[in-house]
Design a binder for this molecule. Structure first.
Ligand SMILES: NC(=O)c1ccc[n+]([C@@H]2O[C@H](COP(=O)([O-])OP(=O)(O)OC[C@H]3O[C@@H](n4cnc5c(N)ncnc54)[C@H](OP(=O)(O)O)[C@@H]3O)[C@@H](O)[C@H]2O)c1
Length: 258
Protein backbone atom coordinates (compact mmCIF):
# COMPACT_ATOMS: atom_id res chain seq x y z
CA UNK A 1 0.00 0.00 0.00
CA UNK A 2 1.18 3.52 -0.72
CA UNK A 3 2.66 5.46 2.20
CA UNK A 4 0.65 8.67 2.80
CA UNK A 5 2.94 10.00 5.54
CA UNK A 6 5.84 12.32 4.80
CA UNK A 7 9.43 11.26 5.53
CA UNK A 8 10.48 11.73 9.15
CA UNK A 9 7.02 12.90 10.27
CA UNK A 10 7.52 11.04 13.57
CA UNK A 11 11.13 12.17 14.00
CA UNK A 12 12.13 12.65 17.68
CA UNK A 13 9.01 10.81 18.86
CA UNK A 14 9.61 8.04 21.38
CA UNK A 15 6.96 5.37 21.01
CA UNK A 16 6.68 2.46 23.43
CA UNK A 17 5.00 -0.43 21.64
CA UNK A 18 4.13 -3.70 23.37
CA UNK A 19 3.59 -6.83 21.28
CA UNK A 20 5.94 -5.39 18.67
CA UNK A 21 7.45 -8.78 17.83
CA UNK A 22 4.07 -10.03 16.57
CA UNK A 23 2.33 -9.79 13.25
CA UNK A 24 0.57 -6.41 13.61
CA UNK A 25 2.89 -4.91 16.25
CA UNK A 26 6.07 -5.55 14.26
CA UNK A 27 4.53 -3.93 11.19
CA UNK A 28 3.63 -0.89 13.32
CA UNK A 29 7.12 -0.67 14.85
CA UNK A 30 8.80 -0.95 11.44
CA UNK A 31 6.57 1.74 9.98
CA UNK A 32 7.08 4.21 12.83
CA UNK A 33 10.84 3.62 12.72
CA UNK A 34 10.78 4.15 8.98
CA UNK A 35 9.06 7.51 9.59
CA UNK A 36 11.74 8.64 12.04
CA UNK A 37 10.44 7.53 15.45
CA UNK A 38 12.43 5.75 18.13
CA UNK A 39 10.47 2.59 19.00
CA UNK A 40 10.60 -0.32 21.40
CA UNK A 41 10.59 -3.88 20.10
CA UNK A 42 8.94 -5.84 22.91
CA UNK A 43 7.85 -9.40 23.52
CA UNK A 44 8.82 -12.50 25.48
CA UNK A 45 10.77 -14.21 22.69
CA UNK A 46 14.37 -13.01 22.57
CA UNK A 47 15.16 -14.34 19.07
CA UNK A 48 12.06 -12.68 17.67
CA UNK A 49 13.07 -9.37 19.31
CA UNK A 50 16.55 -9.61 17.81
CA UNK A 51 15.23 -10.35 14.37
CA UNK A 52 12.89 -7.29 14.33
CA UNK A 53 15.59 -5.04 15.82
CA UNK A 54 18.00 -6.19 13.11
CA UNK A 55 15.43 -5.47 10.41
CA UNK A 56 14.74 -1.96 11.71
CA UNK A 57 18.42 -1.12 12.15
CA UNK A 58 19.34 -2.50 8.72
CA UNK A 59 16.63 -0.24 7.28
CA UNK A 60 18.20 2.82 8.97
CA UNK A 61 15.69 3.08 11.84
CA UNK A 62 16.22 3.53 15.58
CA UNK A 63 14.86 1.13 18.16
CA UNK A 64 15.56 -0.74 21.37
CA UNK A 65 14.80 -4.42 21.94
CA UNK A 66 13.28 -5.09 25.36
CA UNK A 67 12.06 -8.37 26.85
CA UNK A 68 8.60 -7.84 28.31
CA UNK A 69 5.91 -10.07 29.77
CA UNK A 70 2.83 -7.89 30.21
CA UNK A 71 1.28 -10.40 32.62
CA UNK A 72 4.09 -9.71 35.11
CA UNK A 73 4.22 -6.33 36.85
CA UNK A 74 7.97 -6.49 37.58
CA UNK A 75 8.65 -7.20 33.94
CA UNK A 76 6.50 -4.18 32.97
CA UNK A 77 8.37 -1.90 35.38
CA UNK A 78 11.78 -3.10 34.17
CA UNK A 79 10.87 -2.77 30.50
CA UNK A 80 9.54 0.76 30.87
CA UNK A 81 12.58 1.74 32.95
CA UNK A 82 14.85 0.52 30.12
CA UNK A 83 12.90 2.49 27.56
CA UNK A 84 12.96 5.64 29.71
CA UNK A 85 16.73 5.33 30.17
CA UNK A 86 17.11 5.37 26.39
CA UNK A 87 14.76 8.33 25.90
CA UNK A 88 15.69 10.76 28.70
CA UNK A 89 12.47 9.85 30.49
CA UNK A 90 10.14 10.92 27.70
CA UNK A 91 7.42 8.84 26.07
CA UNK A 92 5.40 10.50 23.28
CA UNK A 93 3.19 7.56 22.50
CA UNK A 94 2.17 4.24 24.06
CA UNK A 95 0.72 1.45 21.94
CA UNK A 96 -0.68 -1.47 23.92
CA UNK A 97 -0.65 -4.13 21.21
CA UNK A 98 0.41 -7.22 23.20
CA UNK A 99 -2.36 -9.76 23.40
CA UNK A 100 -4.19 -12.49 21.61
CA UNK A 101 -6.98 -15.03 21.97
CA UNK A 102 -7.00 -18.61 23.26
CA UNK A 103 -6.65 -19.95 19.64
CA UNK A 104 -5.95 -23.72 19.84
CA UNK A 105 -7.15 -23.68 23.48
CA UNK A 106 -10.52 -22.17 22.62
CA UNK A 107 -13.41 -23.71 24.58
CA UNK A 108 -16.88 -22.96 25.85
CA UNK A 109 -16.74 -21.27 29.24
CA UNK A 110 -17.89 -24.37 31.12
CA UNK A 111 -15.02 -26.35 29.54
CA UNK A 112 -12.36 -23.65 29.69
CA UNK A 113 -9.62 -23.92 32.32
CA UNK A 114 -9.32 -21.21 34.95
CA UNK A 115 -5.63 -20.86 34.06
CA UNK A 116 -6.49 -20.04 30.45
CA UNK A 117 -9.21 -17.56 31.47
CA UNK A 118 -6.78 -15.74 33.77
CA UNK A 119 -3.98 -15.83 31.19
CA UNK A 120 -6.11 -14.21 28.50
CA UNK A 121 -7.50 -11.53 30.82
CA UNK A 122 -4.09 -10.82 32.36
CA UNK A 123 -2.35 -10.48 29.00
CA UNK A 124 -4.96 -8.46 27.14
CA UNK A 125 -6.75 -6.38 29.77
CA UNK A 126 -4.59 -6.21 32.90
CA UNK A 127 -1.44 -5.90 30.76
CA UNK A 128 -2.95 -2.91 28.98
CA UNK A 129 -4.03 -1.32 32.26
CA UNK A 130 -0.69 -1.81 34.03
CA UNK A 131 1.48 -0.69 31.10
CA UNK A 132 -0.68 2.43 30.84
CA UNK A 133 -0.46 3.10 34.58
CA UNK A 134 3.34 2.87 34.54
CA UNK A 135 3.75 5.04 31.43
CA UNK A 136 1.30 7.85 32.29
CA UNK A 137 3.74 9.96 34.37
CA UNK A 138 6.22 10.00 31.46
CA UNK A 139 3.88 10.60 28.54
CA UNK A 140 4.44 14.10 27.22
CA UNK A 141 1.51 16.52 27.10
CA UNK A 142 -0.04 16.24 23.65
CA UNK A 143 1.00 12.58 23.40
CA UNK A 144 -1.17 9.56 22.66
CA UNK A 145 -2.16 6.11 23.82
CA UNK A 146 -3.58 3.50 21.46
CA UNK A 147 -5.10 0.31 22.89
CA UNK A 148 -5.96 -2.89 21.07
CA UNK A 149 -9.52 -4.17 21.29
CA UNK A 150 -11.11 -6.46 18.66
CA UNK A 151 -14.36 -7.01 16.80
CA UNK A 152 -14.81 -9.86 19.29
CA UNK A 153 -14.95 -7.25 22.06
CA UNK A 154 -17.93 -5.70 20.25
CA UNK A 155 -19.81 -8.81 19.10
CA UNK A 156 -18.64 -11.64 21.36
CA UNK A 157 -17.66 -15.02 19.96
CA UNK A 158 -18.52 -18.51 21.17
CA UNK A 159 -15.49 -20.24 22.73
CA UNK A 160 -13.74 -16.87 23.11
CA UNK A 161 -15.67 -15.50 26.10
CA UNK A 162 -12.60 -14.55 28.18
CA UNK A 163 -11.06 -12.79 25.18
CA UNK A 164 -14.37 -11.01 24.41
CA UNK A 165 -14.55 -9.84 28.02
CA UNK A 166 -10.96 -8.59 28.00
CA UNK A 167 -11.33 -6.75 24.68
CA UNK A 168 -14.68 -5.19 25.67
CA UNK A 169 -13.01 -4.10 28.92
CA UNK A 170 -10.30 -2.34 26.93
CA UNK A 171 -12.91 -0.16 25.22
CA UNK A 172 -14.32 1.02 28.59
CA UNK A 173 -10.82 1.47 30.01
CA UNK A 174 -9.82 3.58 26.99
CA UNK A 175 -12.77 5.94 27.49
CA UNK A 176 -12.07 6.35 31.22
CA UNK A 177 -8.37 7.15 30.66
CA UNK A 178 -9.28 9.55 27.84
CA UNK A 179 -11.28 11.47 30.47
CA UNK A 180 -8.43 11.37 32.99
CA UNK A 181 -5.77 12.58 30.53
CA UNK A 182 -7.74 15.05 28.42
CA UNK A 183 -6.54 18.01 30.50
CA UNK A 184 -2.97 17.16 29.39
CA UNK A 185 -4.10 16.92 25.74
CA UNK A 186 -3.14 13.25 25.74
CA UNK A 187 -5.45 11.40 23.35
CA UNK A 188 -6.48 7.86 24.23
CA UNK A 189 -8.16 5.67 21.63
CA UNK A 190 -8.61 2.01 20.80
CA UNK A 191 -8.65 0.06 17.58
CA UNK A 192 -10.80 -3.00 16.87
CA UNK A 193 -9.49 -5.09 14.03
CA UNK A 194 -11.38 -7.79 12.20
CA UNK A 195 -9.48 -10.78 10.85
CA UNK A 196 -5.82 -9.98 10.10
CA UNK A 197 -3.77 -12.86 8.69
CA UNK A 198 -0.52 -14.01 10.27
CA UNK A 199 0.24 -16.74 7.80
CA UNK A 200 0.03 -15.24 4.32
CA UNK A 201 -2.30 -16.46 1.63
CA UNK A 202 -1.47 -20.17 1.72
CA UNK A 203 -4.04 -22.91 1.60
CA UNK A 204 -7.62 -22.01 2.42
CA UNK A 205 -6.50 -18.90 4.27
CA UNK A 206 -7.23 -16.36 1.51
CA UNK A 207 -10.85 -17.42 0.92
CA UNK A 208 -11.53 -17.94 4.62
CA UNK A 209 -10.31 -14.45 5.47
CA UNK A 210 -12.24 -12.87 2.61
CA UNK A 211 -15.43 -14.52 3.87
CA UNK A 212 -15.10 -12.70 7.20
CA UNK A 213 -15.82 -9.24 5.78
CA UNK A 214 -18.00 -7.33 3.34
CA UNK A 215 -15.11 -5.87 1.36
CA UNK A 216 -14.05 -9.39 0.36
CA UNK A 217 -10.61 -8.23 1.48
CA UNK A 218 -7.53 -10.05 2.70
CA UNK A 219 -5.35 -8.11 5.14
CA UNK A 220 -1.90 -8.78 6.57
CA UNK A 221 -0.34 -6.91 9.52
CA UNK A 222 1.41 -4.41 7.25
CA UNK A 223 -1.90 -3.60 5.52
CA UNK A 224 -3.63 -2.38 8.70
CA UNK A 225 -1.08 0.04 10.17
CA UNK A 226 -2.65 3.14 8.59
CA UNK A 227 -5.17 3.69 11.36
CA UNK A 228 -2.38 3.62 13.95
CA UNK A 229 -0.33 6.22 12.04
CA UNK A 230 -3.44 8.39 11.78
CA UNK A 231 -4.36 8.15 15.48
CA UNK A 232 -0.73 8.94 16.41
CA UNK A 233 -0.60 11.95 14.11
CA UNK A 234 -1.79 15.52 14.54
CA UNK A 235 -4.45 14.78 11.94
CA UNK A 236 -6.27 13.04 14.82
CA UNK A 237 -5.80 15.85 17.33
CA UNK A 238 -9.56 16.14 18.04
CA UNK A 239 -10.11 12.40 18.52
CA UNK A 240 -10.08 10.86 21.98
CA UNK A 241 -12.02 8.11 23.72
CA UNK A 242 -12.94 6.57 20.36
CA UNK A 243 -12.85 2.95 19.30
CA UNK A 244 -12.17 2.62 15.58
CA UNK A 245 -13.33 -0.51 13.75
CA UNK A 246 -10.91 -1.70 11.07
CA UNK A 247 -12.70 -4.84 9.98
CA UNK A 248 -13.99 -4.57 6.41
CA UNK A 249 -17.48 -4.35 7.89
CA UNK A 250 -17.26 -7.66 9.78
CA UNK A 251 -19.37 -6.39 12.68
CA UNK A 252 -22.19 -5.52 10.27
CA UNK A 253 -23.16 -9.18 10.02
CA UNK A 254 -26.66 -9.96 11.22
CA UNK A 255 -27.02 -13.72 11.10
CA UNK A 256 -29.86 -14.85 8.88
CA UNK A 257 -30.40 -11.50 7.24
CA UNK A 258 -27.53 -11.16 4.81
N1 LIG B 1 -4.81 -10.87 14.13
C1 LIG B 1 -6.08 -10.56 14.26
O1 LIG B 1 -6.92 -11.03 13.49
C2 LIG B 1 -6.53 -9.63 15.37
C3 LIG B 1 -7.85 -9.17 15.36
C4 LIG B 1 -8.28 -8.30 16.36
C5 LIG B 1 -7.40 -7.89 17.35
N2 LIG B 1 -6.13 -8.37 17.35
C6 LIG B 1 -5.25 -7.91 18.43
O2 LIG B 1 -4.10 -7.33 17.86
C7 LIG B 1 -2.97 -7.51 18.73
C8 LIG B 1 -1.81 -8.11 17.95
O3 LIG B 1 -2.24 -9.36 17.41
P1 LIG B 1 -1.40 -10.14 16.29
O4 LIG B 1 -2.38 -10.70 15.32
O5 LIG B 1 -0.29 -9.31 15.83
O6 LIG B 1 -0.87 -11.37 17.20
P2 LIG B 1 0.55 -12.06 17.27
O7 LIG B 1 1.21 -12.12 15.95
O8 LIG B 1 0.35 -13.35 18.00
O9 LIG B 1 1.39 -11.06 18.20
C9 LIG B 1 1.08 -10.93 19.56
C10 LIG B 1 2.15 -10.07 20.20
O10 LIG B 1 1.85 -9.96 21.60
C11 LIG B 1 2.97 -10.44 22.34
N3 LIG B 1 2.53 -11.06 23.59
C12 LIG B 1 1.64 -12.07 23.76
N4 LIG B 1 1.55 -12.37 25.06
C13 LIG B 1 2.40 -11.53 25.71
C14 LIG B 1 2.78 -11.35 27.07
N5 LIG B 1 2.27 -12.09 28.07
N6 LIG B 1 3.68 -10.37 27.35
C15 LIG B 1 4.22 -9.61 26.38
N7 LIG B 1 3.93 -9.74 25.08
C16 LIG B 1 3.03 -10.69 24.76
C17 LIG B 1 3.67 -11.44 21.42
O11 LIG B 1 5.02 -11.63 21.75
P3 LIG B 1 5.56 -12.93 22.55
O12 LIG B 1 4.62 -14.06 22.27
O13 LIG B 1 6.95 -13.18 22.06
O14 LIG B 1 5.56 -12.51 23.97
C18 LIG B 1 3.54 -10.69 20.10
O15 LIG B 1 4.51 -9.67 20.02
C19 LIG B 1 -3.47 -8.38 19.89
O16 LIG B 1 -3.82 -7.55 20.98
C20 LIG B 1 -4.71 -9.03 19.31
O17 LIG B 1 -5.63 -9.41 20.32
C21 LIG B 1 -5.65 -9.22 16.38
Amino acid sequence: MENCYRDNCFKDKNIFITGSTGNIGSAIAKRFANLGAFVSVCGRNREQIQSIVQYIEDSGGNCIGIELDVSNNNSINNAIAKFLKATDNRIDGLINCAGGGPRENRATLENQTIDMILKIINTNLIGTILCTKECIPYISDGGFIINFSSVIGHMGMAEYSEYAAAKAGIIGFTKAIAKELGSRSIRVNSVSYGMVSRYGKEGKSLIEHQKTNYLNAFMMGEDVTGIIMFLASEEASYITGADILVDGGRVLALRGTD
